[in-house]
Design a binder for this molecule. Structure first.
Ligand code: ATR
Length: 278
């Protein structure tokens, strides 16, 4: 029987998840379908029960349900629980288990452009996306990170919550700018520079280290002002397409045990966003 997968979110119209998952099913010759479901916050509990009752095999969870779904699941993976967010649910024998593939997906994506171990990083942001990314990046050996956030208290409490004091500190804009020549990797996790505010940039890059890596999780536009400035300074740059593709690929593996073609996913997303892929 055809297996059913999906994503729940609100809004959900713009999601590119059906595009890449359905293509992967087709490409791998699997009899399965992935569908986007618009679920209002007040309907989440019913939607989760519905997924169970209908025998859906697995689904993704996106804004605004990643945190609120946790108490509705039968089981939650330890990492997802510590991150406090679930973006992937596996349904097996009538039980729902939640995982987080955003953080590990980001790390996998970053590894496509640089080694992660022993790197000194600047992470911009301390919101929901940053939580998963910071938690996962700090599992990598030897990583140390400064965290810059508009609201510094959020960076401080995140470091405390994860007990990352020995390898992380919260920095002000002034401190981050002063330390800029020392960072190997800059990770941008906020919405600053996202369409339609494409003129915005979270930090000036005038003293960027030579050969630094600058990674922005935004993919609309494909090249943010931050990435454009970094590229012109000779940095290795990465947009959010790879993170999106790797979080999807990891979810796909959790559900099916099959490894999808991630590059194919990246190409599809980039093309959908109007860019050209090599
Ligand atoms: P997400 O789940 O996408 O990370 P979020 O949890 O609302 O969304 O977090 C948004 C992040 O972007 C936060 O780090 C936020 O900074 P604050 O903690 O100070 O709110 C950051 N952010 C959003 N708009 C910003 C802006 N105009 N300037 C600087 N930082 C901004």
């Amino acid at each position: 029987m055809k297996k059913l997968y999906g994503v729940i979110g609100c809004p959900i119209q713009q999601t590119m998840s059906p595009l890449i998952h359905n293509d992967a099913f087709l490409h791998l010759g699997m009899d399965a379908l992935y569908h986007a479901f618009h679920v209002e916050p007040g309907d989440l509990e019913d939607a989760v029960k519905g997924m169970k009752a209908l025998g859906v095999s697995g689904f993704n969870v996106t804004i605004p349900h990643k945190e609120s779904i946790i108490p509705l699941l039968d089981e939650v993976d330890e990492h997802a629980r510590r991150i406090g967010a679930v973006n992937t649910v596996v349904c097996e024998n009538g039980k729902l288990k939640g995982y987080n593939t955003d953080g590990p997906g980001y790390v996998e994506a970053l590894k496509q452009v640089t080694q992660t171990s022993d790197k000194r990083m600047l992470i911009i942001g301390a919101g929901g996306a940053a939580r998963a990314i910071i938690y996962s990046l700090l599992q990598e050996p030897g990583v140390t990170a400064d965290i810059l956030n508009r609201t510094p208290e959020k960076a401080i409490s995140l470091i405390e919550e994860f007990s990352f004091h020995d390898r992380c500190r919260a920095v002000t804009m002034e401190e981050a700018v002063r330390s800029l020549p020392t960072y190997d990797v800059i990770v941008q996790t906020t919405s600053v520079g996202m369409h339609p505010h494409v003129e915005e940039t979270p930090i000036p890059l005038s003293t960027l280290k030579k050969n630094a890596v600058v990674s922005d999780i935004i993919y609309n536009p494909l090249e943010t002002r931050l990435l454009n400035e970094a590229r012109l300074k000779g940095a290795v740059v990465q947009n959010g397409v790879q993170m999106f593709a790797y979080q999807a690929a990891l979810a796909f593996q959790q559900w099916t045990g099959n490894v999808p073609d991630v590059e194919r996913m990246e190409t599809l997303v980039t093309e959908r966003l109007g860019g050209t892929s090599c």
